[in-house]
Design a protein around this ligand. Structure first.
Ligand code: ASP
Ligand code: MG
Length: 461
């Protein structure tokens, strides 16, 4: 598809779509920015969580019906907001919503009879289907008195987001996505409203891209249509220099390079789904992250341009496990690491950080369920113990100092400030060098937030 004059893809997250008022705010953002040609929506806040509960294996009929009622009420509250404003056909709008609710009830009944991951994904897709329907109705209503209005099209994302069949975390088929977008989207003539998170495999089954996957959908579409810009609208004015929940002085970062943003997305910032950045980086699409509550407050621009030297953010990732493998035989021996990694690969364990000394190697693992126990399966430990001592330590956190660490271009090196700010804190492990954009420390979980706050205050004053 050739590049049409300035096309923006705008994605709105669940908190931005949580009720009627929030949806109106988002719709106005779209109306005021004519370059927005594709709108990608999450489910309204909380809905996907309810759907996840609904797909639990042991859900009872009674609980299922309560969960579906909760979901129905969230949607009907939104349509009620719409009716208060204007005399729009209540029967038609609520009829559509209730039809979807019936479909959901039926799918949930089927799932309780026979569990399948295929059906789970079908059920998870309802949140985005509700929100895209209601959002289109709101947009139509807001545009009803506008003369020169764009042609609105509610579009089923499954027509373009083609994936494999890994239900729950489907992988996109980039070639098919590009092809289908070219065939189906009439840009820049129409304004499309579609669902994030949801895709379709080659057998026509509904798939989902993983929790938080709407950003990813938006980036995939932006890439497929050669968009100039991707906007991610959320409930905070951009990506913060640290977690504002405990670093009270944290501020939105004005500009971030893609490399920095990729490190930040991996190491902590909740605003972005890490994989989101890949399609944007590949296609050099500028990304803007802003708040739908305060669209004029600015936000963070992510660009392909390299950034100036300096620290951008301090991120925290909790629940890390440190595994230390040591063996006197490692001294002057070759092949030790190869053996270690062959075993880890066999158990499909993915290592985050690694440091080595003459006779030992330290590895960290991200511990998604929060327990270190069982992070290495017993069989794996036994295999490792064949040739080294294994020690496992939990309750650790990773502090990542993200920026452009270029010692050649600094007067006061931020590295110097960084080490000063660490004071007497006990550091378990340090990693620096593999990437110029990240210096990581492992510290005890109990002091991690203090360490982050202290580094942040030293560096940003
Ligand atoms: N609604 C989905 C979720 O909550 C996808 C998204 O919002 O990005 O995970
Ligand atoms: Mg989200």
């Amino acid at each position: 598809m050739s590049k049409v004059s300035s096309v923006t893809v705008a994605k709105f997250g669940g908190t931005s779509l949580k009720n009627y008022q929030s949806m109106v705010r988002c719709a106005n953002i779209v109306i005021e920015e004519p370059s927005i040609k594709v709108v990608v929506l999450s489910a309204s806040a909380g809905v996907t969580n309810l759907l996840v509960e609904l797909t639990a294996k042991d859900v009872s009929d009674a609980i299922a019906s309560t969960l579906i009622d909760n979901i129905k009420n969230i949607q009907l509250d939104i349509s009620a907001g719409l009716f208060e404003q204007k005399q729009i056909e209540q029967n038609r709008v609520n009829g559509y919503v209730l039809n979807l609710v019936h479909e959901l009830e039926y799918a949930s009944q089927m799932l309780r009879e026979q569990f399948s991951l295929k059906l789970v994904d079908e059920i998870l897709s309802f949140g985005e289907r509700f929100s895209s329907y209601l959002f289109t109705e709101i947009m139509t209503e807001l545009l009803s008195n506008v003369d020169d209005k764009p042609q609105l099209v509610r579009f089923d994302a499954r027509r373009i987001i083609k994936t494999d069949s890994r239900f729950g975390h489907a992988r996109p088929d980039l070639t098919a996505i590009k092809q289908q977008s070219q065939l189906s989207l009439n840009l820049p003539e129409c304004l499309y409203i579609t669902q994030g998170f949801v895709g379709e495999d080659s057998f026509g089954n509904t798939t989902t891209l993983g929790r938080g996957g709407s950003d990813f959908s938006a980036a995939l579409i932006a890439e497929a249509i050669n968009a100039d810009k991707l906007q991610i609208w959320t409930d905070v004015a951009g990506i913060y220099s640290s977690d504002p929940r405990f670093v009270t002085t944290a501020k939105p970062i004005k500009a971030l390079s893609f490399n920095e943003a990729a490190e930040l997305a991996t190491f902590g910032a909740k605003v972005l789904h890490p994989a989101t950045l890949l399609p944007a980086i590949r296609s050099q699409i500028d990304v803007f992250v802003g708040s739908s509550l305060e669209p004029s407050a600015g936000g963070t621009h992510l660009t392909t341009k390299p950034s100036t030297s300096g620290v951008r953010a301090i991120a925290l990732r909790e629940n890390q496990t440190l595994v230390t493998l040591s063996s006197p035989n490692m001294l002057l021996a070759s092949g030790f690491l190869a053996r270690v990694f062959a075993i880890l690969a066999k158990y499909e364990l993915s290592v985050d950080l690694i440091t080595t000394s003459e006779i030992s190697v330290a590895l960290t693992f991200d511990n998604i369920n929060g327990v270190s126990e069982g992070i290495l399966p017993q069989e794996c430990i036994t295999e490792l113990e064949d040739f080294c001592a294994v020690s496992i330590e939990g309750e650790l956190s990773l502090v990542a100092v993200i920026g452009n660490h270029n010692p050649d271009h600094e007067t006061i090196s931020s590295t110097e400030l960084l080490f000063k700010s660490l004071g007497d804190y006990q550091i378990r492990m340090i990693c620096h060098g593999a990437s110029r954009h990240n210096v990581c420390f492992l510290v005890k979980q109990s002091i991690a937030k203090n360490v982050v706050t202290n580094i942040h205050d030293q560096i940003f004053g």
